[in-house]
Design a protein around this ligand. Structure first.
Ligand SMILES: [Zn+2]
Length: 329
């Protein structure tokens, strides 16, 4: 059905205004029975096809190279991963089964976020059906994150002279500790994290702005904590790129969340973060981050709402609308 609808919409000349970065390999990795359900990547891909996306709307990423990974990670850590010689303590911190397939998954995901950032810089908006592994540090991985895809992608475009300044807006449930650590002395990157305080990671590292919420905080508490920063931080820092980690895990039913935030609340969150960036003409690369609802469709709904919020934010921006009309001819 989705295919028929997709063909009909592309026959009518309707196009999604931005590209999606996705690989079929994302959902094929075997993690056993794990709270991290990679199936969400395939389900979200299918829902986006259901919105009318065709092959022309997707970019298939290449795996990140060692050179890319070494922009953020230490040679010793990359070597241990490639040779499968992480210690049992290191594997414990990762909280994932380790295999060459898992290494391939994270290498490809990192390549996917690089492609998303590059596409966003070309076309002002791009959406990765993956990414957001913000707990990975230069010398170790933790909390389901082997490589810090967002840090690698930002470092790559910075090194290539494509940006001067970037901002990472991390709205995953968990604090972006690996990202905060890596960019702590790099003043060309502004890190913003809104997260629940009384859960993992036990030690919160200092971002440029940290907004802490507590168990039981609802939509009103979440949104009133978020709102005062947008568009203020964009206007003050003037980034050339925003990477938005649109975690679905703040959701009240999520297995890891203690917040009382609804799908509607998360829609408003997306709108606040995306509308103001696009209004100011700042390119935005969106990555998914976490999402562990017991009903996987809830996680997928939340991620799909971010796609819709991005499309609406794009359409509200007159300059973006002109570009999209030209492209659809
Ligand atoms: Zn998370």
């Amino acid at each position: 059905m989705a295919d028929i609808l997709g063909s009909l919409l592309s026959f009518l000349g309707w196009k999604l205004p931005f590209k999606f970065i996705f690989s079929n390999e994302y959902w094929m990795v075997e993690l056993g029975r794990h709270v991290f359900a990679v199936k969400k990547y395939r389900l979200l891909f299918e829902r986006i096809v259901g919105l009318g996306a065709g092959p022309q709307d997707f970019i298939t990423p290449q795996p990140a190279t060692d050179e890319d990974l070494l922009l953020v990670h230490t040679p010793k850590y990359v070597k241990k991963i490639k040779s499968g010689t992480l210690s049992s303590l290191e594997l414990q911190a990762l909280e994932l089964p380790f295999s060459s397939e898992v290494v391939r998954f994270f290498t490809l995901m990192t390549g996917g976020t690089i492609a998303t950032v590059e596409e966003a810089l070309k076309n002002r908006l791009a959406f990765h059906i993956g990414g957001g592994f913000h707990h990975a540090f230069p010398d170790h991985g933790e909390g389901f994150c082997l490589f810090n895809d967002v840090a690698v992608a930002v470092e790559k475009v910075k090194k290539e002279g494509k940006i001067n300044r970037a901002m990472i807006v991390d709205a995953d449930l968990h604090q972006g500790n690996g990202t905060a650590f890596f960019f702590r002395d790099r003043d060309y990157v502004f890190t913003f994290s809104i997260h629940q305080m009384d859960i993992y990671p036990s030690e919160k590292l200092e971002s440029n702005v940290d907004v802490g919420l507590w168990s039981g905080d609802d939509d009103a508490a979440y949104l009133s904590a978020l709102k005062p920063y947008f568009p203020k931080i964009y206007q003050e820092f003037e980034p050339d790129l925003v990477v938005y980690i649109a975690g679905a895990d703040p959701f009240r039913n999520d297995m890891l969340s203690g917040l009382d935030v609804s799908k509607e609340g998360l829609k408003k969150r997306d709108q606040i973060i995306l509308d103001s960036a696009l209004k100011l003409g700042i390119p935005v690369a969106i990555v998914l981050g976490g999402g562990y609802a017991p009903e996987i469709e809830d996680t997928v709904d939340i991620h799909l709402n971010t796609v819709k919020a991005a499309a609406r934010a794009w359409k509200k921006n007159p300059q973006a609308l002109v570009t999209s009309l030209i492209q659809s001819r």
